[in-house]
Ligand binder design. Structure first.
Ligand code: HEM
Length: 411
């Protein structure tokens, strides 16, 4: 029988410092030395428990007593100010922050877009989108000048793919990246994110306005896209729910995959001996992408709260606890992945936690893997001499973690 105990104590201070955000991995290793779950006694941490062991993370994401941050949670704590912010209202209305029957209803509707058949049908469009963006890169770098691969490829490719999925017309797609990034800036940990709130609210209002028009058009004249499927399907969605989900789907499907491509490219350029294998062998490319997801995931955490007392890996988690689930740390748990800091595409030691687990498991996991598995080889096949032109812009966030810029030369 497992004994229940109060757990070792830890602090997030070093992890959330500038140095910790730039390189969180030594801090994850420190947490692993303390056990799979720790309590956080310092109120400045703004969480009560941190879960970082691989098995404990799976347990937390499947525990029915632990919930995503539904609106009830801040309301119960008397923190009402979220209602004044368009971006927070949008998040709270979306699938990401919904629970129970409401969550199942919305998830069932949106899952229609991600059936194996629909995702496979999207693959030729993904190839076309990548080719078009490669042509544009070739124009920009034709005379050997550096090009920002993040702005010109890793951002627009997944943005175009989600646009294609939802039915956003091609001519409108370049409007999205700046707004989606402004919206996403508030998702990181720490009080500092409040400074991005106003820009996020403006972006939320603009994106909501855009989707309201798109929904009206597809109601009048359906096409073969997700918005049409949803507005003409049997499911019931209130207008604000529909718009919040279209917006967060765009957000969740896009900058995450951007960083899968960007983080993956830098790893690949640092491992020239593996480029040939990635180009020649789709199975190796799939293993490579899987290892990028483990080693440098675009999302390092999820957040939960406890509606009842529960126990995680033997540690008591009292009702109302705020729980930080460190997916990025689970991926470096030495009990699951021996020599966790070594990048090894041939590993076969279990799924990384990068797409989460349980009822909120990422709906776009298959699609984003396909994007990564196509984009990296297509990029290096087209530009075999592609090289970094300068240090990539640094990574200082744990959510949507990836380079700010990626200057490269193509020839
Ligand atoms: C590498 C790329 C991606 C990563 C790392 C990622 C990561 C995640 C994670 C960790 C969650 C679970 C959040 C939680 O449990 O609190 C999630 C949920 C979700 N993701 Fe992704 N995602 C990626 C790509 C995509 C794409 C391409 C789409 C759609 C086009 C998408 C749509 C969603 C949706 C709708 C959910 C919410 C599911 C639910 O709450 O039931 N994601 N994603």
């Amino acid at each position: 029988m497992t004994t229940i105990h109060t757990g070792q104590t830890a602090s997030l201070k070093a992890l959330l410092s500038r140095e910790g955000r730039l390189d969180p991995y030594p801090h994850y290793a420190g947490l692993h030395r303390l056990g799979p779950v720790c309590v956080l006694p310092d109120p400045a941490d703004r969480f009560d428990v941190v879960v970082h062991g691989y098995d404990a993370v799976q347990q937390a994401l499947r525990d029915p007593a632990l919930h995503v941050m539904t609106g009830d949670y801040p309301d119960r704590r008397g923190a009402q100010r979220w209602r004044a912010h368009a971006a927070l209202r949008t998040l709270v209305k979306s699938i990401f922050f919904t629970e129970g029957p409401d969550h199942s209803r919305v998830r069932r509707l949106f899952a229609q877009a991600f059936t194996a058949r629909r995702v496979a049908a999207l693959e030729p469009a993904v190839v076309r989108i990548i080719e078009r963006r490669l042509d544009r890169l070739a124009e920009l770098g034709a005379h050997g000048e550096p090009v920002d691969l993040l702005a010109e490829f890793a951002l627009p490719v997944p943005s175009d793919v989600v646009g294609e999925l939802l039915g956003v017309p091609e001519d409108d797609r370049d409007w999205f990246p700046a707004r989606v990034r402004a919206f996403g800036a508030i998702l990181d940990l720490g009080v500092g994110v409040w400074r991005y709130q106003q820009a996020a609210d403006t972006a939320a209002a603009e994106l909501t306005g855009y989707f309201a028009e798109l929904v009206a058009k597809r109601r009048a004249e359906p096409r073969d896209d997700l918005v049409s499927v949803i507005v003409h399907g049997d499911g019931e969605l209130a207008d604000d729910e529909l718009l919040a989900n279209l917006l967060t789907m765009y957000n969740g499907g896009f900058v995450t995959t951007t960083h899968l491509i960007g983080n993956g490219l830098v790893l690949l350029l640092n491992r020239p001996h593996e480029i040939k294998q990635v180009l020649a062998d789709p199975r190796f490319a799939a293993g490579f992408v899987q290892e990028v997801l483990r080693h440098e995931p675009p999302t390092h955490f999820s957040i939960r709260w406890a509606s009842a007392d529960t126990v995680l890996a033997g540690v008591r988690v009292p009702r109302d606890s705020r729980v930080l689930v460190l997916l990025g740390a689970a991926n470096r748990d030495p009990r699951q992945f021996p020599d966790p800091d070594v990048f090894d595409p041939d590993r076969d030691q279990g799924q990384p936690m990068s797409f989460g687990m349980g009822v909120h498991y990422c709906l776009g996991a298959v699609l984003s893997r396909i994007e990564g598995q196509l984009a990296l080889p297509m990029l290096l096949r087209r530009f075999p001499d592609l090289a970094l032109a300068a240090e990539p812009g640094e990574r200082h966030t744990l959510m949507l973690r990836g380079y700010e810029t990626l200057p490269v030369t193509l020839s």
